[in-house]
Design a protein around this ligand. Structure first.
Ligand code: GLC
Length: 434
């Protein structure tokens, strides 16, 4: 890679994080997403980890100001008002201050905490910050394993497509079609005015998404009721895998801090989730998300299928099948990893989570392949990701066939992923020592 272009991108990435800083938290993108997002901030903290230790801790501490008394860490914390986003605080109507949404997002937080700790000086000051954040991360994981696993069977419930972080993935088409539509919010949307509507979810999607918000409001956002009564309930393979991995990282931190009882509790969660993993494996040997309302697997294969590697729950046979799948996708979409199977009828190369490649997911998938001894694939994912940034800059997502940059520009998590993963010299870097 050209050194001058590389160092130009390094500078740009740092400048994006500085520009998107709102005093202790980083907005994903100033125009489209003017608040603090949950998993974005976890990736941003991992980007800051080796650059600015204090700022890395602060990103997570600020996110946790939004944590609910029951442990939930909401998808968005509305620290300060902004007119350019819908649905804002009024549309969510949750009781929390600062205002937040009422749903979660993929729990990358504990993994980020471990990354930040391991990049820190590991001195007394760092240990104190770790201990404070660890306690909150533990409460967050308890919420997932308690409130969001109402049957205690190791399968976590997600109640909203936005909660999965992969908003309009074709996996959710079937379950969303069962959601009764009670509102029409087409004219309230802002996202499709800032970005080409062809690259954004449809109005029908937004109407269903906001109908679900109304269902939850009618339940006064009561955690257990929401988890068991919303008309959209899935076990998202993305969340499921990210949570298992984050449990492993939390367990590591419990040991670092000498919390023996916590460690036993976390081991219990892991045992339950590992026992449940085969329930997500379909006849072709690949894992899928599950519709918990109907009990049926969600057929379309998406990039979430690769995350069993990241969770370390894939068997050797599944890892081999995933390597084969990856190579078949690569032939059709060399600038991957595509978010949806490029051979599926639902694949759309430009529409958000229905096809485009996302750098943050690439990082998780590369980490998984590397852990299963598939270093060449991991290195190819990193090399392609690097190429995308060098060619197109810090876009929100990319056309996996051509590499064209799509969605918003100056994206924080893309910049952070560059700094924390791609800009380094290694062909692949593990997220942590796990
Ligand atoms: C979109 C993405 C979501 C992300 C957010 C902020 O809603 O689907 O995953 O957290 O933007 O970047």
């Amino acid at each position: 890679m050209s050194q001058s272009l590389k160092s130009q991108r390094d500078d740009e990435a740092r400048a994006i994080l500085a520009r998107n800083d709102r005093g202790g938290y980083t907005v994903p993108n100033a125009r489209v997403y003017p608040f603090q997002w949950n998993w974005d901030s976890a990736f941003v903290a991992m980007g800051f980890a080796s650059l600015d230790e204090d700022r890395a801790w602060r990103e997570l501490e600020t996110l946790l100001r939004g944590q609910w008394p029951d442990g939930m860490v909401p998808s968005i914390v509305f620290h300060a008002p902004a007119e350019t986003y819908y649905p804002g605080p009024a549309a969510w109507g949750t009781p929390h201050r600062p205002p937040t949404t009422g749903i979660a997002q993929p729990p990358v937080l504990a993994t980020a905490l471990r990354v930040v700790w391991e990049a820190s000086r590991e001195d007394e000051a760092a240990r104190a910050r770790l201990a404070g954040l660890y306690q909150k991360a533990l409460a967050w994981h308890r919420w997932w394993h308690d409130t969001r696993d109402p049957e205690r069977n190791g399968l976590t419930v997600s109640v909203h497509p936005w909660e999965t972080g992969r908003d309009n993935s074709p996996e959710w088409d079937g379950p969303l079609a069962q959601v009764p539509v009670t509102v029409d919010v087409a004219t309230l949307r802002q996202d499709n005015k800032a970005v080409d509507p062809a690259e954004r979810p449809s109005d029908d999607f937004y109407n269903r998404a906001m109908s679900l918000v109304e269902e939850a409001k009618a339940l006064a956002w009561q955690g257990k009721a929401v988890a068991t009564r919303l008309s959209f309930r899935v076990c998202d393979l993305g969340i499921q895998s990210i949570l298992i991995r984050a449990d492993r990282d939390l367990l590591h931190l419990a040991r670092v801090l000498g919390r023996r009882d916590d460690a036993i509790e976390i081991e219990g969660w892991l045992a339950r989730a590992e026992a449940a993993a085969p329930r997500l494996v379909a006849a072709d040997g690949l894992s899928r998300s599950l519709d918990l309302v109907t009990g049926r697997p969600l057929e379309t294969i998406t990039s979430a299928s690769f995350l069993t590697l990241y969770a370390r729950t894939a068997t050797g046979a599944e890892a081999d099948a995933l390597a084969e799948l990856f190579e078949s996708w690569e032939r059709r979409a060399p600038f991957g990893v595509p978010s949806t199977d490029p051979q599926a009828p639902a694949f759309e190369a430009h529409r958000y989570w229905r096809g485009p490649a996302w750098l943050v997911i690439n990082r998780l998938i590369a980490d998984g392949f590397a852990a299963y001894g598939k270093a060449k694939i991991a290195a190819r994912i990193a090399a392609r990701s690097r190429e995308l940034v060098l060619k197109e800059g810090f876009r929100e997502y990319f056309d996996p066939r051509t590499g064209q940059g799509l969605g918003g520009t100056d994206f924080s998590w893309s910049a952070a992923t560059w700094l924390g993963w791609l800009s380094g010299e290694l062909t692949h870097s593990r997220l942590t020592g796990a």
